[in-house]
Design a binder for this molecule. Structure first.
Ligand code: ZN
Length: 435
């Protein structure tokens, strides 16, 4: 890469400090902080006035669809989408075809990732064989192969298997991630049960579908004294259980998706399949309470639940189209636009929710700007607006819930392990992106 001076850029760090800093990245991809510099020795100077450098984000919940559903997403497209969104490490869920429920498939996935990914992707192994909820998968073997955690995501873990998994995973410090849903209560529901579902007579999913499963999960975590992470909370009714569990000292953590902090069943277009997600977008009060819980530290992590599908699938009738929407590329920009710019939270909060807490919970490295270390950061420009369009996405799924909306804070460049893994075409014009 050309020698580029990043001049007086505002950098944020994982200890929640920030400072203006000048540096360049050398041939080996290492960052060199500078106290003084001679501009003439650089091929390009990036003026830092409105530029902000952030640690790389972590997403503990994505669906990269490998193996078997590469028409929806693959390692190349999924990892480039992550880089475009400012992520340096992401988890991919095992509800693939075949299900990632053994060490052989974890090995296969990791060798595919090592060959094709521009960032770090950690496989999550299935808790039960073929995610059928009947037989426990070989969790320890999968962990030895590199599975970061275990989940039957897409579905809840069946009660008996969850209990066994919690007991077993405790012996090797494994982490179980549950998708809290009572599938009997959800039935064939497609949206939140409330005003809209009643007005239009649409099959619906009551909030209790999540609440009863959260209560069950906490009871089993209490009994086993193990560790559990609850995926994508959607209703305020789950929060009182989590508050009590945390007060009790149980090792329960949880996440909320970016989209569930922004959308509710009344501020989205009805019958638009981009907004068909599970759990469904619930009431405005739920949405607001989730954000308050996040601010209070009751919810630990913000994730995307990036769940790409093909255009053909998403063009089906609302009742037929699959649940799930992409989110890796818009997550940070959406949080920045809807919350930071409206003074509802600050960048340090986002660093807590998407860098510090995921790293603590899952024992991951923190990837950030560090002198004499390989470059790990993304950079965005304050005040720079983007009209969201399908062409800007690397994900195979272009059906963003933010299409045609104006968002700020999109990354202009992302460095992972010293490599430039994403660059906006108008940023650092002297540099050709290697990847
Ligand atoms: Zn899920």
């Amino acid at each position: 890469m050309n020698k580029i001076l990043f001049k007086n850029v505002l950098a944020y760090f994982s200890d929640l400090s920030s400072k203006r800093i000048s540096f360049y990245i050398d041939q080996s991809g290492k960052v060199n902080f500078l106290d003084s510099y001679d501009i003439s020795s650089f091929e390009e100077v990036v003026e830092g006035e409105d530029l902000v450098i952030m640690p790389l984000l972590t997403d503990v919940h994505t669906h990269i669809r490998v193996p078997g559903q590469e028409e929806k997403e693959d390692i190349v497209s999924g990892s480039k989408a992550a880089a475009r969104g400012g992520f340096g490490q992401i988890f991919t869920m095992p509800n693939t075809n075949p299900v990632v429920d053994n060490a052989y498939l974890v090995d296969y996935l990791i060798s595919n990732i090592n060959k094709n990914s521009v960032i770090k992707i950690y496989p999550v192994g299935a808790v039960s064989k073929n995610q059928l909820g009947e037989e426990l998968s070989p969790l320890l073997e999968m962990k030895k192969s590199g599975a970061i955690a275990f989940s039957d995501d897409g579905k809840p873990i069946s009660t008996n298997i969850l209990r066994k998994a919690l007991i077993y995973s405790k012996t090797f410090d494994g982490i179980i991630i549950d998708h809290p849903e009572d599938i009997v209560l959800s039935g064939n529901g497609v949206i939140h049960e409330g005003k809209i579902s009643r007005a239009y007579g649409i099959n619906s999913i009551p909030y209790t579908s999540e609440e009863v499963c959260v209560a069950r999960d906490i009871a089993l975590t209490r009994e086993t004294r193990s560790r559990l992470h609850l995926a994508h909370l959607s209703t305020r009714h789950s929060l009182k259980y989590i508050e009590a569990a945390k007060e009790e000292g149980l090792n329960i953590t949880s996440e909320v998706t970016v989209n569930h902090l922004i959308f509710n069943c009344e501020n989205i277009p009805i019958f638009d399949t981009r907004f068909k997600v599970k759990p469904p977008f619930r009431d405005e009060e739920d949405m607001n309470e989730l954000f308050i819980a996040l601010k209070k530290g009751l919810i630990d992590v913000v994730c995307t639940d990036h769940a790409p599908h093909t255009l053909e699938e998403k063009e089906l009738d609302y009742s037929e189209a699959p649940f799930g929407t992409p989110g890796l590329e818009t997550a940070f920009a959406a949080l920045y636009t809807y919350f930071v710019m409206k003074n509802k939270c600050n960048l340090e909060d986002i660093i807590k929710w998407m860098v510090v807490n995921p790293s603590k919970i899952f024992s991951l490295p923190v990837l950030e700007l560090k002198n004499r270390s390989r470059a790990n950061f993304f950079i965005f420009k304050k005040g720079k607006e983007f009209l969201v369009s399908p062409e800007m996405f690397f994900s195979k799924c272009k059906l963003s819930v933010f299409l045609n909306k104006t968002l700020y804070g999109f990354p202009l460049a992302t460095f992972y392990n010293g490599n430039l893994v994403y660059k906006d075409k108008n940023f650092m014009k002297s540099v050709k992106q290697e990847i």
